[in-house]
Design a protein around this ligand. Structure first.
Ligand code: CO
Length: 144
């Protein structure tokens, strides 16, 4: 069911400063940018092998990421696991008694299908299940 770490998401106050820092320290390149209005975030994806570092900053003061930054500060926000079938993986979490944030899979960035599992009952980590989308069907170097 689990194919890879799709991304680790890091909440930051200043997206451009964080992008510059990752470029300088790790030579990490931005391969995709997107604003996800439904989640209230602006994201940048930086390649890390077959996975991504996803830098997240809030689009507004009321977005969940803004609340995260206000209460916990910058840092690791969630881990995205790449799965073949988001609905099947979500059902597996449901069967295990996990507390779900999304009862059903929904569209994510870059054409993915995603669902979130609550950190309470998931050993303190917000989990995102990521079924790859159209953009990821192409060879990674062509992404974005
Ligand atoms: Co994510």
């Amino acid at each position: 069911m689990l194919n890879d770490i799709d991304h680790i998401a890091i909440a930051v106050n200043d997206l451009e400063a964080a992008i510059d820092w990752y470029a300088t320290t790790l030579g990490a390149e931005v391969v995709h940018r997107e604003e996800v209005a439904s989640d209230g975030v602006r994201e940048a994806l930086l390649r890390a092998g077959s996975s991504y570092i996803q830098l997240l900053s809030p689009l507004s003061d009321t977005s969940p990421v803004a609340r995260f930054l206000a209460t916990r500060g910058e840092g690791l926000h969630h881990v995205g696991y790449r799965v073949d079938d988001c609905a099947e993986a979500l059902q597996s979490f449901r069967d295990a008694g996990a507390r779900l944030i999304d009862e059903h899979p929904r569209p994510g960035s870059r054409g993915t299908t995603i669902a979130f599992v609550h950190p309470k009952g998931a050993f303190g980590t917000l989990v995102e299940l990521v079924q790859v989308g159209d953009l990821d069907e192409h060879p990674r170097p062509g992404l974005g």
